[in-house]
Design a binder for this molecule. Structure first.
Ligand SMILES: Nc1ncnc2c1ncn2[C@@H]1O[C@H](COP(=O)(O)OP(=O)(O)OP(=O)(O)O)[C@@H](O)[C@H]1O
Ligand SMILES: [Mg+2]
Length: 385
């Protein structure tokens, strides 16, 4: 029988060493900005909000978190709220820490949520779209006056690299530059190449401002730990070998593994393989992949399927010939066809360039979906022959 005490209510796998690692890099003055990338659903946001944030608060930092990629919010507004939180007085931070230490699912740490108003350091934004360089500057001044040491967490930072946000990118860079000793920054995003463009291109505001590194991935320790927690809730234990196999089958994506566990716990008698299959189905249904695919141009769909299938050279004579045929062109497609398709797919944050003309999907689940569609199509073609 599973013990009824210590039942897991919290599924977060803590990464204190990793959090400490980055904070140490700041402490010893090695760097003041770090950029971390990892693909979609790999735990970036959870690491920022549930590991780094509490660890930094415990070390006396005021922390501001923002996600720049939110449909309902302008990035300047999101950023402003995070900077506002950096001016949070110590007393309010203590309350916040107490709240973070109670295992609640997740909540947003913004100026508003954290009650900065109580400390009086408040700037009202009457119009959500009205955050301009001046307001941002005022908020940074409030941070200066607070005498806090600050850690700014900017999630989905690649949004700043979009041409439309160039003024904000420039303003932010200038505001951060003069505060490097008291304000540290961690940027994250899923698109390595967009982040590299943002921090590695000479013409960009943030050129050479922060090192760009991969965020270490969750692996076997995560799988074993969560499997143990799940097994405390069921009499039909999941063997670690089975959950490790499920994790591999789900391409090592933490979010999918969490769903797999939930699925398994709901129907343990059906076994691990059934839970994997059900988990994939639920992701596909929610991902809106069908619509995402339909919204693409035919050439983009074709190129996407080739990338999913691991086809290396998208510009070979043979590929261009097949592409031309599939797209109903007179002859072979020109090299511009895959080139433009790849550019559009990168702009839409569907594909990532991982170097040397090799491309990968940002979202592993989408890739799996594309592959399965391909297989299904091939099967139905062979049935109809
Ligand atoms: N440390 C962790 N412990 C337990 N589960 C985790 C952990 N990290 C991530 N997960 C699971 O993976 C899911 C996705 O994580 P998260 O949202 O942090 O990913 P992300 O990399 O920010 O993704 P995106 O690029 O889509 O924003 C979480 O909702 C959770 O189910
Ligand atoms: Mg995220």
């Amino acid at each position: 029988m599973p013990s009824r005490t210590n039942l897991p209510t919290d599924w977060h796998f803590a990464r204190p060493d990793l959090a400490r690692h980055y904070l140490n890099a700041f402490e010893i003055g090695l760097v003041s900005g770090i950029t971390l990338y990892a693909r979609r659903r790999h735990g970036k946001t959870e690491f920022l909000t549930q590991d780094l944030q509490p660890a930094a608060l415990a070390q006396g930092y005021a922390v501001g978190y923002c996600n720049l990629w939110q449909e309902d919010e302008d990035p300047a507004q999101a950023l402003a709220e995070a900077v506002r939180a950096l001016a949070m007085p110590k007393t309010v931070r203590a309350k916040l820490m107490a709240r973070l230490n109670t295992p609640v699912a997740k909540f947003k740490l913004s100026g508003k949520a954290a009650g900065v108003g109580e400390g009086g350091a408040e700037v009202e934004f009457k119009d959500a779209n009205a955050v301009g360089p001046r307001q941002l500057r005022d908020l940074f001044t409030q941070f200066d006056q607070s005498k806090n040491r600050g850690l700014l967490l900017v999630d989905e930072a690649q949004v700043l690299a979009q041409p439309a946000h160039a003024p904000l990118e420039k303003a932010l860079r200038a505001l951060l530059d003069t505060r490097k000793d008291r304000l540290k920054v961690i940027f994250t995003g899923s698109s390595e190449d967009q982040l590299r463009a943002m921090f590695g291109a000479e013409r960009k505001a943030f050129y050479n401002w922060a090192s760009v590194e991969p965020m270490p991935l969750l692996g076997e320790a995560f799988v074993r730990d969560l499997t143990d927690r799940a097994n405390r809730l069921t009499t039909l234990s999941l063997k670690p070998a089975h959950s490790l196999a499920a994790f591999r089958e789900l391409n090592g994506v933490p979010e999918l593994f969490r769903r797999f566990l939930a699925q398994y716990l709901a129907n343990p008698f059906e076994g691990a393989a059934a839970a994997v299959a059900q988990c994939k189905r639920s992701i596909y249904a929610e991902g809106g992949f069908d619509k995402r695919m339909r919204d693409l141009l035919p050439a983009d769909r074709y190129v996407l399927a080739l990338v999913a299938a691991g086809q290396g050279d998208l510009h070979s004579g043979d590929t261009l010939k097949k592409m031309g045929r599939a797209l109903g062109l007179r002859g072979a497609a020109s090299r511009a066809v895959p080139q433009n398709a790849l550019r559009r797919l990168r702009d839409r944050q569907i594909l990532l360039a991982v170097g040397n003309g090799v491309y990968e999907f940002e979202d592993e689940a989408f890739k799996q979906w594309v592959l399965e569609q391909r297989e299904r199509l091939a099967q139905s073609n062979s049935l109809h022959k």
